[in-house]
Design a protein around this ligand. Structure first.
Ligand code: ADP
Length: 302
């Protein structure tokens, strides 16, 4: 089982020709209301790959709460440990301009109330893993990782969005997953220079953990237990890359949970990430195991 400890949001997305100046009102296209949050997206991504997944987070007492959890519920993610916090569900106000640039105002809402104590009631088994991201309190995330370590679980940390993290927190992590920009920020803070593979290797040995970096269309590379593994990207014609990172992380975690080797787990993550680029939005574009296996099979024959 994978326990995902993290955020759940509603995304309100509006397309505009250009961003308004301060004090200005402009008219955009009709907005889209979509469920999101990295925690919820990654829980759904792992579940769609066939893993048993429990999501631990918090939704508000507003009308957005049920909507935010609807896909997770429909796909069979365990939601018994999702708290109801007084106030609003986390909401992201996203505007996208004609160049595809975005501006985002994040209202954390219930995500600010997510507590690691909620994990205590969960029954886990040897070989289970905990998956966390950077969208809920780092203090509570650290406690969650300590909880996982105490139970002999694998701690996977997707440091997204990039933010400063304590060495104490990192010492509790088994596998760190970042994208190129997040890797650049982590490397800068750690005083590391060089190409992605050098930085990944140095970071892995300095911190004593596994490091996976996703490279957009170029795929991903990883350094885990002294082994370097690389997967080139799957060529696709992207429609919308939102959710690609979450698809990668969920599918990678699901592969490890199923006992697959690192190289295979990265390949599965890359295939899921590529497929997530083919549809608009985050949660609707997260692929299912059959689609990922079909793409892997297709590439095997090339
Ligand atoms: P994030 O979305 O967090 O910035 P990336 O852009 O690195 O993360 O994408 C995550 C994964 O999704 C990549 O490792 C890759 O496998 C896949 N992916 C992303 N963009 C593309 C693309 N344009 N073509 C093919 N695969 C992609």
């Amino acid at each position: 089982m994978i326990v995902v400890f993290g955020s759940v949001n509603i995304d309100l997305i509006s397309k505009v020709e250009r961003f308004p100046h301060p004090g200005e009102t402009i008219t955009g296209a009709d907005h889209v209301v979509a469920a999101g949050g990295k925690g919820a997206n990654q829980a759904l991504a792992a579940r769609r790959m066939g893993a048993e997944v429990a999501f631990v987070g918090a939704a508000g007492t507003d009308n957005f709460a049920d909507l935010a959890l609807a896909h997770l519920h429909a796909d069979g993610v365990h939601l018994d440990h999702v708290a109801t916090a007084d106030g609003v569900t986390g909401t992201a106000f996203i505007t996208v301009d004609a160049n595809g640039e975005n501006q985002i105002v994040l209202s954390p809402g219930a995500n600010a109330q997510v507590k690691a104590a909620a994990l205590d009631e969960i029954v886990t088994a040897a070989g289970d893993s905990l998956l966390v991201q950077g969208e809920v309190s780092m203090g509570e995330t650290e406690k969650a990782l300590a909880w996982a370590k105490g139970r002999g679980m694998t701690g996977i940390f997707n440091l997204a969005p990039a933010r400063p993290v304590s060495t104490k927190l990192l010492s509790l992590v088994d596998i760190l997953i970042v994208n190129e920009e997040e890797l650049r920020q982590v490397a800068e803070r750690s005083g590391l220079h060089g190409g992605a593979s050098d930085v990944v290797e140095k970071l892995a040995s300095d911190l004593g953990l596994g490091v996976v970096v996703t490279l957009g269309a170029q795929g991903a590379l990883a350094h885990v237990d002294g082994q370097m593994a690389r997967c080139p990207g799957f060529p696709v014609d992207p429609v919308d890359t939102t959710g690609a990172g979450d698809a990668f992380v969920g599918a990678f975690a699901a592969a490890l949970d199923a006992g697959l080797r690192l190289e295979i787990a990265i390949r599965q993550g890359c295939a899921a990430g590529a497929l997530a680029c083919l549809k608009q939005g985050a949660q609707p574009s997260l692929p299912r195991r059959d689609d990922v296996e079909a793409l892997l099979e297709e590439r095997r024959q090339v």
